[in-house]
Design a protein around this ligand. Structure first.
Ligand code: D41
Length: 498
């Protein structure tokens, strides 16, 4: 069939519909039609494009699959430099920031736009007449790499803006990141194929965006959230940052779903604490909060120092991953006799608390990590999860590092250890003969979800067993006031073994 005006019109209409539904689905998490209906539209467009390849254009929603690999990335000069962000490491520094701003612009209270600081890579995307034409990494802020082909594969970056009121030229800036669910799945796939897992979502996002083969980028679950603009022609910006993000959203671009407008730095601290609490539930990694003076007129008055705006600051969360020394590995015996290697660490602050022990789970994990006593290790503590050893910094290994060996016998009762075929867990065969298993059994019996014995915490159980006053749960009922009052007071709170 010859290419008719009717077909051209159909194709344009299909593209417009698909583009619109893409944005509703990916950017606004609010699909208006069932997946099946969407697939129908996409298949219809694909059929037309297969029959009339001359109709294929770079902004067609079928073109997100990636293109032929590049030999190298070109360079793109940012007409307006991409700035960096200053940091506040604690509340005091945030209040200092607020105080300085109030003084500089002589106001009593400043309105701030706040949003989580995504842990990804900054990029700039340029639209001309609503069509994506180029995308560049931040680079050194002045010149970045041309990653246009890769950006085209990211679902939250529209190939074509929606609506009619977008500016003739629009450069948007934002963070490209990999949501946690996609990151975990990607690592599973990488490991299955014998590859090396990405250490964190940021590295995975960087590795995916820097692919010369955009077909690989296309298979990676990247997203972009916008937080700024560069060149704009043919429109005037709204008066505030928060309105600007709404404005960008009306073109199909994505702003942070968590963003808020706050008055004064006390409200900023409340917001910081609120998001910190929510941090583990968010579907992506964040490393702090960014606050920006909301009114552009005030931003202009404040200006820049070197390459960072005076009107914005990042309030960092305590690091969740830090480096420390692993001094020794000890083996703990659990309630069911399971032997767990525990790393004794040089104490460090991680995720806001001092940590001196981390679990190593089992011998397989020790082998997987390749860890030795004396190594420098990276440990991670996220939320209320027990600290984990993430990796070994191999080039910092001391000459006298020591291989970690499984003990021959139970470290507590010297009974034989057993490892059933096909299982990773090694167990003490001593049962309740083993003092460690005995103590853990009694602790379990007294715990909140079992007998809920008030005041009988871990330390007290240890003491009662050590002094031979009890040997099993039923002995608890034979204890009298005399035995208990003779004990040295140790406090009754159960002490966590961390
Ligand atoms: O979420 C982020 N990583 C983020 C980064 C954000 N929400 N806002 C940002 N705002 C800026 C300014 C104030 C300069 C427009 C930023 C960054 N910059 C930024 N990211 C990397 C360098 C600078």
């Amino acid at each position: 069939m010859p290419l008719t005006e009717k077909i051209k019109k159909d194709v344009a209409s299909l593209r417009e519909q698909i583009n619109y539904h893409n944005i509703q689905y990916y950017t606004f998490d609010n699909p208006e039609i069932p997946d099946g209906e969407y697939d129908k539209l996409l298949r219809e467009l694909q059929k037309y494009e297969a029959e009339y390849p001359e109709l294929i254009s770079l902004d067609s929603p079928t073109q997100r699959v990636g293109a032929e690999p590049l030999k190298a990335f070109g360079e793109i000069t940012h007409a307006i430099p991409m700035l960096s962000l200053g940091n506040a490491m604690n509340e005091e520094e945030l209040h200092d920031f607020d105080r300085k701003i109030k003084k500089l612009i002589d106001e009593d209270e400043i309105e701030y736009a706040a949003e989580p600081k995504l842990d990804g890579l900054a990029i700039s995307v340029r639209y001309e007449n609503g069509i994506l034409v180029t995308a560049a990494t931040r680079g050194d802020g002045k010149v970045g790499e041309n990653i246009t082909q890769n950006a085209r594969t990211i679902n939250t970056i529209p190939l074509k803006l929606i609506g009619k009121n977008f500016p003739a030229v629009l450069e948007v800036r934002g963070e490209v990141f990999m949501p946690l669910s996609g990151f975990h799945k990607l690592n599973e796939d990488v490991l299955k194929n014998g590859g090396k897992a990405f250490a964190n979502p940021r590295n995975a996002a960087a590795g995916s965006l820097r692919q010369l083969d955009s077909r690989i980028t296309s298979s990676r679950p990247l997203e972009m959230i916008c937080y700024g603009v560069g060149v704009i022609e043919g429109a005037t910006l709204p008066d505030t940052y928060s309105e600007m993000i709404d404005w960008l959203q009306s073109f199909g671009l994505k702003g942070s779903p968590e963003r808020a407008v706050l008055k004064g730095s006390e409200a900023c601290v409340d917001y910081y604490n609120k998001i910190a609490k929510k941090r583990e539930q968010l579907p992506y990694e964040i490393d702090g909060i960014v606050y920006k003076v909301n009114r552009f007129a005030q931003q202009k008055e404040l200006g820049f120092i070197s390459r960072a705006p005076r009107w914005a600051i990042a309030h960092k969360f305590p690091a969740q991953e830090v480096m420390t020394t692993l001094h020794a590995v000890e083996f703990q015996v659990g309630r069911t006799g399971a032997i767990t290697p525990v790393a004794r660490l040089e104490p460090v602050e991680v995720g806001g608390v001092i940590v001196s022990n981390a679990t190593l789970h089992n011998m397989d994990e020790i082998q997987r990590l390749g860890v030795r006593e004396g190594d420098t290790v990276i440990i991670r503590r996220a939320g209320d999860v027990i600290p984990q050893v993430v990796s070994v910094v191999e080039n910092l290994r001391p000459e006298d590092s020591k291989k970690i060996l499984m003990p021959d016998h139970c470290p507590v009762c010297q009974s034989d250890l057993i490892k059933p075929e096909g299982q990773t867990v090694v167990r003490c065969s001593g049962g309740l003969y083993c003092e460690a298993q005995r103590k853990e059994a009694i602790k379990h019996f007294a715990s909140r979800k079992a007998m809920n014995i008030d005041g009988l915490g871990d330390k007290l159980v240890d003491q009662l067993v050590d002094e031979n006053l009890i040997n099993n749960p039923s002995d608890l009922y034979k204890l009298g006031v005399d035995e208990l009052s003779n004990l040295e007071r140790m406090g009754s709170k159960s002490a966590n073994s961390q």
